[in-house]
Design a binder for this molecule. Sequence first.
Ligand code: TXA
Ligand code: MG
Length: 299
Amino acid sequence: MVSDDEIQRAAAILREGGLVAFPTETVYGLGANALDAEAVRKIFVLKGRPSTSPLIVHVVSIDAAKELAAKWPAKAEELARRFWPGPLTIVVPKRPIVPDVVTAGLDSVGLRVPRHDVALRLLAAAGVPLAAPSANRFTQVSPTRAAHVREAFGTDALMILDGGPCEVGLESTVVAVRGDEVEVLRPGMARIEAPAWNTVAAGAHLSPGLHPRHYSPRTPVLLVRNAALPAGLGVYLSLGLKANARIIPMPSDPAAYAARLYDALHEADHAGADFIAVEAVPEGSEWAAIRDRLTRAAF
Ligand code: TXA
Ligand code: MG
């Protein structure tokens, strides 16, 4: 439980230009006042994130989103009504009030209303939109527990609101809306029927900041079929197959798998193994976001 007192202290830090880590339904975010360029710069410094990678701006409502958008097409309204609060980021043209540092100089901004009580209370208390990438160091595994954030950044300098484990467990689906057209820039657990995103194989960077290597533990990750593991000490994220390695059993339901994945990767990374092997997940669109993250983790 996060007390109202903690929320008020966190909101004060944000209004004064500081950073706060907070839970969302997807992953934990490292937040700053999105309208304060100096505050947002601190995010890039702490994460070690290149300034070419735009941040997602979290807002409390559709109305708050519209205040930051230069255009709000009917399609954006439709998607927002269908998925917000929830794991969908909508990229639309930005208003000048959104500093360039937030959007990496792009004239568009990614917006979302998170579906988490603590995030929504924090947004309401701060009274400002919050720019927040995942609260991990650049290219590492995103945090789905407060302990993962603590491990990445330590507690002394950074206030971390502990809202328990994240329910969705993978970063939001990112879509760009241009007029009537919707394009998926990053797959997520909110499934949108729209043209395909950039795949790792294609190598294109339709969504700036979507690096092929991302979400990676320090231990090498390999995707394997039929439990074909290399020699050495390994950890195996298994959907049921047995192997000569420490097994971390993974759920066979995609939503449960997604919720468990980053925690399992953090856990496997602590085992001091030579490799983390991951049993290939099934084909099918309900596994697409998971396949995307696994491919990048293994890149
Ligand atoms: O679930 C999430 O989205 C989490 C939580 C904290 O909300 N946040 C998150 O942020 O994953 P981050 O910074 O790790 O990912 C942001 C990604 C960028 O790398 C980029 O791919 C896309 O969102 N993005 C943001 N703004 C964009 C823009 N204006 N145009 C295109 N892509 C954008
Ligand atoms: Mg991230």
